[in-house]
Design a protein around this ligand. Structure first.
Ligand code: SF4
Ligand code: SF4
Length: 229
């Protein structure tokens, strides 16, 4: 129990659900196989992407990919959180990270962090065509080295921006091509490929500007260390 806290049960305040959807673990696989949670409600945080780590309390590069419940609209609030009733729309079928979470006694749920995570490949099972597509995406559109991005920008801004711009545009081109081929890919894009690279750059003090059909990456005037969860 948290020191000084008198809490001994969930107060259904919804704070944990508003902080973002749960990560999925091996024991959640049946929820996906039975389509109790469809792939279109998932988002992948790719290995190396910056995300909040509940163990360290910091925003840092992820050591492994994390497949989690997506947010609602542009927010990270879990897509299954009902703001009116302040309840969970899939309570009986919620992932293990939700059913073990006791904010007043976080030890059990903290043990789950980065443990037995479900990967995209495991979720896709024997769908080898889609697994190949993901491998092609990872090969063609690797993430930049976010850990050293600030340093690289300080050292050689021009070269780093040029490299990022190339990556942002190839990332978008790959997705546009893939979603044009299949309605399934369009529906499951966030699960299959995670967020587009251009959406990950603003916490690093970078702005994305549309320049015709291309995106341009520029340094924000207020650039500093402002990576947030
Ligand atoms: S576990 Fe804690 S944060 Fe989550 S709804 Fe219950 S009281 Fe709120
Ligand atoms: S699945 Fe339900 S309990 Fe879990 S984060 Fe979403 S709304 Fe909250």
């Amino acid at each position: 129990m948290l020191q000084g806290s008198s809490q001994s049960a969930c107060r259904q305040c919804g704070t944990c659900c508003r902080n973002g959807g749960a990560a999925l673990h091996q024991c959640d696989i049946s929820l996906l196989q039975q389509e109790l949670i469809p792939r279109s409600d998932l988002i992948t945080i790719r290995k190396g992407e910056f995300a909040h780590n509940p163990l360290s309390g910091n925003v840092q590069a992820t050591a492994n990919e994390i497949v989690k419940l997506r947010g609602s609209g542009k927010e990270w609030v879990c897509c299954y959180y009902d703001t009116l009733s302040k309840g969970c729309k899939i309570y009986g079928n919620r992932p293990v990270a939700c059913s073990t979470l006791k904010c007043w006694e976080p030890e059990e749920s903290l043990k789950l962090v980065e443990t037995d995570l479900l990967s995209r490949v495991e979720i896709l099972g024997n769908d080898s065509a889609t697994i190949l597509l993901i491998a092609e995406y990872e090969g063609n559109c690797p993430l930049p080295d976010f850990k050293n991005l600030g340093f690289d920008l300080d050292l050689s801004a021009g070269e780093t921006l040029e490299r990022l711009e190339k990556s942002v545009n190839s990332d978008l081109a790959f997705r546009n091509h893939a979603v044009a081929l299949s309605a399934m890919i369009l529906k499951d894009e966030m699960f299959l490929f995670g967020r587009p690279l251009f959406q990950m750059l603003s916490p690093f003090g970078l702005d994305i500007i549309q320049a015709g059909t291309q995106l341009s990456v520029q340094i924000n005037r207020n650039r500093g260390v402002r990576v947030q969860g």
